[in-house]
Design a protein around this ligand. Sequence first.
Ligand SMILES: [Zn+2]
Length: 268
Amino acid sequence: MHRFVIAALVVALAQPVSAIEPQAAVAEAEQFAISNVISTVYHEFGHVFIDQWALPILGREEDAADTITTLLLLQAGTAEADTASRDTVAGYFLSFRLFGTVEESTDFSDEHGLDVQRAYQMACLLVGGGPDRFGDLAKEAGLDADRVETCTAEHELALRSWNAMAAPHLAGEGAESAAVAVVYEEATADYQEIASLLRTRGVLEGVAEAITAQFVLPRALTIRAHICEEENAYYYADIDEISICYEYAQLYRDMLLDPDTAGMAAAE
Ligand SMILES: [Zn+2]
């Protein structure tokens, strides 16, 4: 049943792209890429907080970083943040459908949950924390009624925990964050368009500014967008750097525009 529901959501969010005007399809795919990069930068900041504030975490660090991401996007409450939240849930479902359903390629030992689980978890926190804005996601994402009943409490616990963790590190009254620098490296030919999109839209700066306006980071940090020869994003604690691969942003664009070949370029 879940497979059908997943398909329904992906169809609702992704399928129309191929059926609409090429220009509109490109714009939608670019927004999808931007949204998923935004949530990924928040996720990496989750790792930054855990590291720089030496936060106690029981359970998987990756789950904690996902929870922080969802809470911060919910709290931002802007149209862009809400779109990023929805596109991220859709991105997990789509990624699971494209890459995660082949038994051999599903890594059950990975430090992350399966993308489909990350989708349900994020949808649950969104529904619980923003029932007015995200109530429809419960049905769209196919959350079981039993699970929906727990989402309000799950969100409350997550928010209470996060607020306690962040309280000693809030910006204001003379408490300022160390600087967060943003660097967009030159891209190779295949990735110049996506690099230019992220740069001209100030995607990384937007997240950096939102974070430093609210929280105090003790150590300066760089967010570097660059060619990595893989589709990923990392936080490197040893060099105080968040790495966002252009290939990762491109993957999300291609997942909507060209799902048959998405993810092939970096593997070649
Ligand atoms: Zn992570």
